[in-house]
Each structure stands twice: as C-alpha cells, then as structure tokens.
Design a protein around this ligand. Structure first.
Ligand code: FAD
Length: 185
C-alpha cells in the first residue's frame, strides 16, 4: 500500500491489544507482540474498533463497564458504565441449501455469490422499515461442502431482532474470548 511509507504511520501486525491506557482520558494502548507487552502513547486520540465482541471486552478490561462486574475481577474502575456489553443485537438467519440434481454452470468470477435479495415487512406495511431480509445464492453455501457441489441457498433473516444479548468478561486474561450470550428469540 502506498501510504505505508508515510512518516506519520506505523502499522503493527500480529499484535493483540490488551487494554487501553488512561491518564484521565485515553492516552494509549497496551499490546502483546511476539510474547512481549508493549505500550504506545498517542498525541491526540485512541480509536477503538476491535469489533462487536472485542470492543466491549477491551473497554471492560480497561476498567470501563459495569463496576459490579469489574470489581469482583479486581479491575480498577475508570468509568462505571453498566451499558457496556449489555446491548448486543445480532440478527439470526436461517439458510436452507438445495443440492442440484445435475451440475450447473460455474458461477461467474464477478458474482458476489448472493445474487438476489428481498427486504419486506412482516406486517405488510410500506410505512415502516423492513424487518425481514431474504437472500438467494446460486451456490450451495455450506461449511461442510466444497464449492464444487452445485446447488442454491435461500436465506431468511430477521433484521430487527428484539432480543438483546450480552458480552461479558470470562476473565482478566486478554487472551480469553469474551462470554457472548446472544439471547436469540
Ligand atoms: C457472516 C457475516 C456476514 C455479514 N454480512 C454483512 C453484510 O452483508 N452487510 C453488512 O453491512 N455487514 C455484514 N456483516 C457485519 C460486518 O462484517 C461488520 O459490521 C463489520 O465487519 C464491522 O467492522 P468493524 O471494523 O467494526 O469490526 P471487525 O470487522 O470485526 O474488525 C475488528 C478487527 O479487530 C481485530 N481485533 C479484535 N480484538 C483485537 C485485539 N485485542 N487486538 C488487536 N486486534 C483486535 C479483529 O481481529 C478484527 O480484525 C457480516 C458479518 C458476518 C460475521
């Protein structure tokens, strides 16, 4: 990438951020790289974008979260914010795959694999945002089959789930994945 040569940019790969560092406000991050803990400090701001599970995990490991959960783990509380990790929305979907009875032409290399979609509202109302999404793929999408098997897949997806799940800390070890409770349906 051309921007890699910019003097104000350093990209560190193979690093696991273990917590944010604070002096009143976030001043840097601590990370594990090749078995060694490193710290890096910022001039302006820290942007945390570790994904839906690891962002709240890192906040909680850094002391931002529900004090009732952090104190038993002996994590010093930086900010008592009970909502951290408490509002997980995941949209459940069901895929039904059909294996074709004869070989189909290969999918075009330009295909995005999901060739058709449909949004609709289960209450048949045009006045509100859709709550259902359907996808159609001219491929048999299955983790247990290779893509050489011809077929098609239909997917139904609930896109406005009312279930709220949680992301909580399993331990204070940054290597441990968070405990994810989706509370589907
Ligand atoms: C199967 C699937 C299908 C999807 N389909 C769609 C779709 O059709 N349309 C759509 O809009 N969205 C879709 N999404 C959602 C979309 O992928 C996410 O919303 C988006 O990727 C979120 O981007 P992000 O950068 O916030 O997090 P992520 O893409 O999750 O990136 C987070 C990154 O942080 C890294 N990381 C985590 N913890 C640490 C740590 N401690 N130290 C260092 N690095 C860390 C992770 O390795 C990862 O690379 C889909 C998601 C899935 C799983």
């Amino acid at each position: 990438m051309p921007i890699l040569t910019r003097p104000n940019l350093t990209v560190q790969t193979g690093a696991l951020v273990t917590r944010l560092l604070f002096k009143g406000t976030p001043v840097g991050v601590e990370y594990l790289h090749q078995g060694t803990l490193q710290q890096v400090y910022v001039n302006q701001e820290v942007i945390l974008s570790a994904g839906v599970f690891d962002s709240p995990k890192l906040l909680m490991l850094s002391g931002i979260g529900n004090a009732e959960h952090l104190l038993p783990l002996n994590i010093p509380v930086v900010a008592d914010l009970p909502s951290v990790g408490e509002n997980l929305h995941d949209h459940p979907l069901v895929a039904v795959g059909y294996k074709s009875t004869q070989a189909l032409p290969a999918i075009a290399p330009t295909s995005n694999i999901v060739e058709a979609g449909l949004f609709l509202h289960s209450g048949k109302s045009n006045e509100v945002a859709p709550d259902l999404q359907f996808l159609f793929s001219p491929a048999l999408l299955s983790p247990t089959l290779t893509h050489e098997v011809s077929g098609a897949t239909l997917v139904a997806c609930l896109i406005k789930p009312q279930s709220h799940g949680t992301v909580t800390l399993r331990s204070t070890n940054p290597l441990d994945p968070a405990v994810v409770q989706a509370n589907y349906l």
